[in-house]
Design a protein around this ligand. Structure first.
Ligand code: GUN
Length: 279
């Protein structure tokens, strides 16, 4: 079984982006990402810190807005409107999940589509559907880059995506379809999930349940992408997949698989937004 090294591939992407940032600076563009974190969800705090670290690595300026959990929607809408207007800010990221009193759909829609670092805006999801250039949701875009790096053909392959979230499952299915895969999207109501998964040449797992996808779900020789990340009682991290019988031909580790690729794609979206701002 070949491990798909997301850390290695992401570092290569970040090295290239570093050169792109230098090019931007030569044109007097200082690529800048505004990151907004509301409340004190510990996982989100770690994700935001990692995003800031990646910015520092490639030379993107990051502006962090750490706001209290009781921040009102009006204040956030005002902040987003201000950041949308600022010519020195090229990309905006609102870290999810938000505290329950805030409407994430309304807030994500308030980020201008051009500055949408995550590719979550309805206009950008629409462009993905229509195969027009747009910032792409970072996790599925990172998965596509990993498949490309390991020269895994998608055209004509049976691709099964477990999970139908707006952030991962749905855009993942669109990207695989755009790459000519034969795509099945499964979810909590799917009947006989193991049998559907065993059809997959490429299985993308984003269920959010630790070690739920055992070898019984995996066809021997399949490519398995594990989007999950969970902290176990012993403090170690694990994914949604536990292929103890080693059916997969390729598998992404957790950590060091999809996670670093997601951040690399975020950096790519920021650099592209900065470049586009000069057009
Ligand atoms: N929360 C979990 N994943 C993500 C992501 O990709 N972007 C944002 N903004 N929040 C998240």
């Amino acid at each position: 079984m070949q491990m798909m090294d997301g850390k290695l591939v992401s570092e290569e992407i970040l090295e290239k982006l570093k050169l792109d940032v230098e090019d931007c600076r030569k044109q007097d563009i200082d690529p800048t990402l505004a990151v907004i974190l509301v409340g004190d969800d510990p996982a989100s705090a770690i994700y935001v810190k990692n995003k800031e670290k990646a910015c520092a690595k490639v030379g993107i300026t990051s502006l962090a807005y750490r706001l209290p959990a009781d921040t009102q929607e009006r204040e956030l809408l005002d902040l987003l409107a201000d950041l949308n207007e600022r010519p020195d800010v090229h990309a905006i990221l609102l870290q999810l999940p938000l505290p329950a009193h805030l409407n994430s759909d309304r807030l994500l829609a308030a980020i201008s589509a051009e500055k949408d670092a995550d590719g979550f805006h309805a206009a950008n999801i629409g462009k993905l559907l229509l195969q027009q250039p747009a910032p792409l949701p970072c996790t599925p875009a990172g998965v596509m880059e990993l498949l490309k790096y390991y020269q895994i053909d998608i055209a004509g392959k049976e691709c099964v995506v477990i999970g139908r979230s707006n952030i991962v499952g749905k855009p993942m299915a669109l990207m695989l379809l755009n790459a000519h895969g034969t795509v099945t999207v499964t979810h909590s109501k799917t009947r006989d999930l193991p049998a559907v998964c065993r059809r997959a040449d490429i299985l993308v797992v984003a269920v959010g349940k630790a070690k739920m996808i055992t070898s019984d779900y995996i066809k021997p020789g399949a490519v398995v992408i594990d989007v999950g990340i969970h902290r176990m009682e012993n403090g170690k991290l694990c994914g949604d997949v536990d292929d103890s019988e080693g059916h997969a031909a390729y598998l992404t580790p957790v950590p060091g698989g999809v996670g670093p690729m997601t951040i690399a794609m975020l950096m790519k979206n920021c650099v592209t937004a900065a470049r586009n701002s000069a057009l």
